[in-house]
Write a protein that binds this ligand. Structure first.
Ligand SMILES: NC(=O)C1=CN([C@@H]2O[C@H](COP(=O)(O)OP(=O)(O)OC[C@H]3O[C@@H](n4cnc5c(N)ncnc54)[C@H](O)[C@@H]3O)[C@@H](O)[C@H]2O)C=CC1
Ligand SMILES: Nc1nc(O)c(N)c(N[C@@H]2O[C@H](COP(=O)(O)O)[C@@H](O)[C@H]2O)n1
Length: 229
C-alpha cells in the first residue's frame, strides 16, 4: 500500500467508481509515507457516480470537511439532478461535494471535464473498481490517441498479492469481465455495449517490475519497448 500512496502523490487526482466508495469507503489520500503531502497538495478525489449514490457521510467528504483532503468532485448523469429538496444532490452539495453533470459518462467526456475549468487535471490515477477499470481498458478515444482499446491509458500498474480476498473485495464478478480481452497482441477486442468494434488494442510493454515484500508489481507503459542503449 505504501507504493500506492507514493503513486497517489504524483497525480493531480484519484478516480474511483461509486461502487468502490460504497463498498470500501476509501480515503484516496497519501498517508503511509514518511513525509505525506499537506492536505492542499493531496490529489483531488473524483467519483464516477451516474445516479448520485455516493453516501453524504463517506470519508472522502468528511475528510474534506475536516480540512484533511481536497474537495471531492462527483461526475454524474445530467438526467439525475432532481429539483426535489430531498434529492441526494442537496445532501452531497451540503457535505461539500462539487457536482458536475455530463450528458454521458464515457471516457472522452470524463477526461474532457476533468481537464478544463478550475480542475485542470493533467495526471489522473484510476484506482478502480472493477467496472471502472473494465470500461477504461476497453475504451478508445473519439478525438485523439491511436483509436485503440486501452489507448487512453499511459501506464498500468498491476499488483499480485498472495491474499485470497474473494469477489466482494475485487468486484471482478461481472460476467462482462470474462469477455474482455486486454490487447497485447493482434486479436480483436470484443465490442462493448454502445461501442464500435476495435480492431486492435493498444500495446503495452513492461517498464518496471519489483517486489514489495510478498507483492509482485509490474508497471506497463503504452507503446513499443524502447530499444536497449
Ligand atoms: N483490489 C483493488 O486494488 C481494488 C478493488 N476495488 C474493489 O472494486 C469493487 C467495486 O467495483 P464495482 O462494483 O465494479 O464498482 P466501481 O467502483 O467500478 O463503480 C462502478 C459504478 O461507477 C459508475 N460509473 C459511471 N461512469 C462509469 C464509467 N465510465 N465506467 C464505469 N463505471 C461508471 C456506475 O454507477 C457504475 O455502477 C469493490 O468491491 C472494491 O473492493 C476497488 C478499488 C481497488
Ligand atoms: N491501488 C490499490 N492497491 C492496493 O494494493 C490495494 N489494496 C488497493 N485497495 C484499495 O484502496 C482503497 C483504500 O485505500 P485508502 O483508504 O484510500 O488508503 C480501497 O478502494 C481499496 O479497494 N488499491
Amino acid at each position: 500500500m505504501a507504493m500506492t500512496h507514493y503513486l497517489r502523490t504524483v497525480h493531480d487526482a484519484i478516480l474511483v467508481g461509486v461502487g468502490t466508495v460504497i463498498n470500501d469507503n476509501p480515503r484516496l489520500n497519501a498517508r503511509l509515507l514518511p513525509n505525506p503531502p499537506a492536505p492542499a497538495q493531496q490529489p483531488r478525489p473524483i467519483i464516477l457516480d451516474t445516479h448520485l449514490r455516493t453516501p453524504a457521510g463517506c470519508r472522502l467528504l468528511t475528510n474534506y470537511q475536516q480540512g484533511l483532503g481536497r474537495q471531492p468532485v462527483i461526475l454524474h448523469s445530467e438526467g439525475c439532478e432532481g429539483q426535489d429538496q430531498k434529492h441526494p444532490r442537496v445532501d452531497l452539495e451540503a457535505a461539500g461535494a462539487q457536482l458536475i453533470a455530463l450528458r454521458t459518462l464515457d471516457w472522452d467526456n470524463i477526461l474532457e471535464a476533468l481537464g478544463k475549468g478550475g480542475l485542470k487535471v493533467q495526471r489522473l490515477m484510476v484506482e478502480g473498481g472493477a467496472r471502472v477499470i473494465e470500461t477504461l481498458l476497453t475504451s478508445s478515444s473519439r478525438s485523439d490517441g491511436d483509436g485503440r482499446a486501452g489507448g487512453l491509458i499511459d501506464s498500468l500498474v498491476i499488483t499480485v498479492s498472495p491474499n485470497f480476498a474473494g469477489s466482494d473485495a475485487t468486484g471482478y464478478k461481472s460476467p462482462r469481465w470474462q469477455d474482455v480481452v486486454v490487447k497485447t497482441g493482434k486479436e480483436s477486442v470484443a465490442p462493448r455495449d454502445g461501442q464500435e468494434e476495435v480492431e486492435e488494442g493498444a500495446q503495452f510493454h513492461v517498464a518496471k517490475k519489483a517486489w514489495f515484500g510478498d507483492d509482485a508489481v509490474w508497471m506497463w507503459k503504452r507503446g513499443e519497448k524502447p530499444a536497449d542503449k
